[in-house]
Design a binder for this molecule. Structure first.
Ligand code: PLP
Ligand code: SF4
Length: 343
């Protein structure tokens, strides 16, 4: 699904410029479970099971992210986030295809308005990585706008509602779109006088740090909106030198950078791991924002960590770290006016 969206993206300039940098990295991303298992010296059986489990939500992972995994370790916390496993085929009754009520919050195509003051644009269905626990893995992205003209109803809606002070670009991942298109979309958003802040929710700076390039920084900080970037790292091993450099490019350009993580069994469900992640982030000037309780999306039940365990991790972080380094532990309940704190 996402792969097709990338290849048929109508917003690409035509003829295409030579692909360099992040776009070629994205195109070269691994999509074949056999290739991934070979690169990591994992037995063939993992690949066979992954092929069966990947149906409907295929494997996708950039090579630079794979390079941060430990070869030969099927329990590697980065691998666990991207390798399809048989557990995905098991769906307990409380796990749904739209656990957070996104379809009900869609005001006009591509625009979600759930929370006061903020509107969210589903800018694309594509991502640079397919996280197996993703709550949008079943979202009907085909219907979201794919050209600037198609965004007009959403922009009209934002213009008509003066209570909206912040626009979020989400997806999918907005940063798989090309800068030329994003710059023009953001210019139209900035032309709405009551909108003051632009927030980008993206995993690209973590999984494909080359994406934080001069063209990106130019539309992000060059306009009149205050830029906020919310990245998504779950484990300290995700933050290698290239990722540190991408964070520093954002921070030194004047962008407020926050991180959200999802609490995931077998990935970051210990206080030591979370403390290391949070410290690594604040050392780079990135503030831990949210730690999300897993959304109960069909196919992700094997990642669930009980709230009691999550609370214990937060208690330990609170005892060990400066207050600003402790993320807010939240869950999303369909129909509520904000994420709900878990206390
Ligand atoms: C999470 C979310 C937001 C942002 O919420 P914050 O608490 O401001 O981070 C906005 N809109 C939608 C639809 C969301 O799911
Ligand atoms: S990058 Fe975000 S939207 Fe994309 S698959 Fe991962 S969690 Fe889902």
């Amino acid at each position: 699904m996402a792969i097709l969206a990338i290849q048929t993206d109508p917003v690409r300039p035509n003829p295409e410029p030579a692909e360099t940098g992040w776009r070629s990295e994205l195109r070269r991303a691994i999509r074949d479970p056999r290739e991934l298992c070979q690169l990591l010296n994992l037995p063939e059986e993992f690949a066979v099971r992954a092929v069966a489990a990947a149906e409907g939500f295929p494997l996708l992972v950039p090579r630079g992210y794979v390079a941060r995994m430990r070869p030969g370790d099927p329990a590697d916390p980065l691998l666990r986030q991207v390798l399809p496993v048989e557990d995905e085929l098991v769906t307990p009754p409380s796990y749904l295809t739209d656990p957070v009520g996104d379809r009900a919050a869609e005001v006009v195509p591509g625009l979600l308005h759930k929370y006061p003051g903020r509107a969210l644009l589903i800018s694309t269905g594509a991502c640079a990585v397919h996280c197996r626990y993703c709550f949008r893995r079943h979202y009907p992205y085909g219907e979201a706008p794919k050209s600037l003209a198609a965004w007009q109803p959403a922009l009209d809606q934002i213009r008509a509602d003066e209570t909206l002070h912040e626009v979020l670009l989400s997806g999918g991942d907005p940063l798989v779109l090309v800068d030329d298109y994003l710059a023009r979309l953001v210019e139209r958003i900035a032309a709405i006088s009551h909108v003051r802040r632009l927030r980008i929710h993206t995993r690209l700076p973590i999984v494909l740090p080359e994406r934080v390039c001069p063209d990106l920084l130019s539309w992000l900080v060059g306009g009149s909106l205050t830029p906020i970037v919310v990245v998504h790292a779950n484990h300290p091993a995700e933050i290698d030198t290239a990722v540190s450099a991408s964070m520093q490019r954002l921070v030194s350009a004047g962008v407020v950078v926050l991180n959200q993580a999802v609490l995931l069994r077998g990935v970051n469900d210990t206080a030591d791991t979370m403390a290391a992640l949070c410290e690594r982030l604040v050392d780079l000037g990135v503030m831990p924002y949210y730690l999300h309780q897993l959304d109960r999306v069909a196919g992700a039940s094997h990642f669930d960590v009980p709230e009691s365990a999550g609370r214990e991790i937060i208690a330990q972080l609170t005892a060990r770290l400066p207050g600003y380094a402790v993320p807010r532990y939240v869950r999303e309940v369909a129909g509520h006016a904000s994420k709900l704190p878990i206390v």
